[in-house]
Write a protein that binds this ligand. Structure first.
Ligand code: DGL
Length: 264
């Protein structure tokens, strides 16, 4: 079984990509909805959550873990690998490399949570794949955006104006690639696309993560194709969120009601 997790709904964008390429894999998705958002929390707090979630998913039978959360990956993927030495652990990091390689203006921007934006891992990623290649990167923390997605408030004039105001300086400075460096932001793509049209492209890496999961999954790729949902609070919201987030195609694979995981 393959276990993917996030602070809340964002990682469903990664789960959907995994489900697409692994139609026979049994998947479990855990949303840490009792603690969402992670983006304004300390590294120690996030690390504690990630280790507890990893232990829960391994006890549930997972042999591959996917941190479907840039914030959790930046703060804790190494700690998770150290804690689960026998388990394949796949993380997600902002697509700085594909953005830098394809940028024509040699300027890109990364939209991320406050935690990811200030992380040493993102700095290293930028130094390795952009700065050294002569590509300038502006990192833009986007407080509140993940919470909007959690509330399934993906549009509305006030929020659209806030988003437009945040990205306008990036576009005006010449960025032609906007990296969605938080899995929640995949669900804001319909809002963002018209705002950047003709000036920049959005860069997401859920499909690349799914390909990495295929490489690492081994026997976990073969099962009966069911998907189980776990949440640390309000599990019923997960089901309701799937159609609202455009993921209704996952519904036939969902195995029973979402479980409330209290003890984490
Ligand atoms: N979805 C997460 C990420 O990819 C975290 C959002 C949050 O909880 O702040 O960074």
């Amino acid at each position: 079984m393959i276990g993917a997790f996030d602070s809340g709904l964002g990682g469903l964008s990664v789960l959907a990509a995994i489900a697409r390429v692994l139609p026979r894999a049994d998947l479990v998705y855990l949303a840490d909805t009792a603690h969402v958002p992670y983006g304004d929390k300390t590294d120690d707090f996030i690390r504690g959550r990630v280790l507890a979630i990893g232990r829960h998913l391994v006890a549930a039978g997972c042999t591959t873990l996917v941190a479907a959360c840039n914030t959790a990956t930046a703060a804790a993927v190494q700690a998770l690998r150290d804690d689960q030495p026998g388990i394949a652990v796949v993380g997600i990091e902002p697509g700085v490399k594909p953005a830098a390689v394809t940028s024509r203006s040699r300027r890109i921007a990364v939209l991320a949570t406050e935690s990811t934006a200030s992380s040493a891992r993102l700095k290293h990623l930028i130094d390795t794949h952009a700065t050294g290649a002569g590509v300038f990167v502006q990192v833009e923390p986007c407080p509140g955006w993940a919470t909007r997605v959690e509330m399934l408030q993906l549009d509305g004039p006030e929020f659209a104006a806030e988003v437009a105001a945040r990205i306008a300086p990036l576009l005006d400075a010449g960025a032609d690639r906007l990296v969605l460096g938080c899995t929640h932001y995949a669900f804001l793509a319909d809002l963002l696309r018209p705002l950047v049209a003709g000036r920049a492209e959005l860069v997401e890496v859920a499909d690349a993560v799914a390909r990495e999961v295929v490489r690492r999954a081994g026997t976990a790729a073969h099962g009966s194709g069911r998907i189980r949902l776990h949440a640390t609070a309000r599990p019923e919201r997960l089901h309701a969120a799937l159609p609202a987030l455009g993921l209704g195609m996952l519904m036939p694979r969902i195995d029973g009601p979402a479980l409330l995981i209290r003890h984490l």
